[in-house]
Design a protein around this ligand. Structure first.
Ligand code: SF4
Ligand code: FES
Length: 361
């Protein structure tokens, strides 16, 4: 089978003014001195376009921390990619936003920690909430796409209706309600972040009602916590099926968490062409088809829909990246997930303090 990548996720820096307690960046982040140059990124964007990629997501860390961001947007646009900026908004002002739009920016995805200032700043580890609301005002008045990305978890899900109301007022066209996924820094804080079963049931009802009420005005997409699911998510739409992620130093990854898997070697986009990385590199081809699958995945009808779940999660929870994702209730290791959920129920009112993301030099 031939796979054509759909999107390039360019983590142009790991530097960030926020310290979110659920940051998906790796614990071992890339330093500024290792970051790809403007010219190296431009070459990667051009190769991505030739490979058939349509969308470029500029992310981080905080992409606005790169002073050459306007040049990078211009290069992505010049390579005929749809350019999406995934940002906390910190570092944006009217003139910089106008320059980015002039350079070809198509879409802004702004993160939101909460509807209320105090908990929002607590989760971000920085005083950012007020500024984000001002950035939302700026973006809504420009002719570009606007998504608000609300990250939700046990400590803010009880304010979900307020968060939806804020999104409605913000002028965003789309709201993504993204339950925390448990990799990187989020895994460190999992016991405090995982919602309770009751919260999850309320969340689903609130989202369904809001979708009905806001039909045609605000599109709502939701990512639910897969720890409560019967079957796992099709992580990244399948390993190396749709996305190429390049980290700040040029390492090419099938997903943001892949470096946790020991023994995988990731080619550098500094040294290898993107086409070779996509079509031939061992890290991209290892879990792409079905040859690696163990039972029960190998003979399961769902394997073409969820691809056996998430390889990184399988490793993080079982120590074996080639195991069935233990989220799956059919997996022989599903008990590890049940144990985590029992701990969540037992510590639902825990006020344990956070592990905050700390920055690379
Ligand atoms: Fe998916 Fe494997 Fe579970 Fe089947 S057994 S639902 S393919 S994870
Ligand atoms: Fe790596 Fe799911 S995060 S495969």
């Amino acid at each position: 089978m031939t796979y054509i990548p759909r999107a390039l996720i360019a983590e142009i820096t790991h530097r960030c003014p926020l310290h979110c307690v659920y940051c998906s960046n790796p614990l071992d982040m890339q330093r500024r001195s290792n970051e790809l140059s403007t010219g190296e990124w431009v070459s990667i964007f051009n190769q991505a376009s030739v490979l058939g990629i349509l969308q470029l997501s500029l992310t981080g860390g905080e992409p606005l921390a790169r002073p050459d961001l306007t040049e990078l947007v211009s290069a992505g646009h010049g390579a005929q990619l749809y350019v999406n900026l995934i940002t906390s908004g910190i570092g944006l002002n009217e003139s910089r936003l106008d320059a980015l739009i002039e350079a070809g920016l198509d879409h802004v995805q702004l993160s939101l920690q909460d509807s209320q200032e105090s908990p929002a700043n607590e989760f971000a580890g920085a005083r950012a909430h007020e500024l984000k609301l001002r950035v939302a005002e700026m973006v809504r008045s420009r002719p570009i796409g606007f998504t608000l990305n609300a990250v939700v978890h046990r400590r803010n899900l009880d304010r979900l209706e307020e968060i939806i109301a804020l999104a409605e007022r913000s002028g965003a066209q789309r709201l993504e309600i993204a339950n925390v996924q448990y990799y990187g820094w989020a895994l460190q804080n999992r016991e405090v972040l995982l919602p309770t079963r009751e919260q999850l049931a309320r969340t689903i009802a609130i989202i369904e009602a809001a979708r009905e009420r806001l039909k045609g005005r605000l599109r709502i997409d939701a990512v639910l916590p897969d720890y409560y699911a019967k079957y796992p998510k099709a992580c990244m739409g399948g390993w190396a099926h749709q996305f190429i992620l390049i980290d700040p130093a040029g390492r090419a990854l099938p997903c943001h968490a892949a470096p946790v898997i020991p023994g995988l070697e990731f080619a550098s986009a500094r040294e290898r062409r993107l086409r070779w990385i996509w079509e031939e590199s061992p890290a991209f081809t290892l879990f792409r088809d079905e040859n690696w699958m163990p039972e029960p995945c190998r003979s399961c009808d769902r394997r073409t829909r969820d691809f056996g779940g998430c390889r990184c999660q399988a490793f993080l929870l079982t120590g074996n990246a080639a195991a069935t994702d233990p989220i799956c209730t059919l997996a022989p290791t599903h008990g590890v997930v049940e144990e985590v959920l029992q701990r969540v129920d037992a510590h639902a009112s825990s006020t344990r303090s956070w592990v905050y993301r700390s920055d690379p030099a």
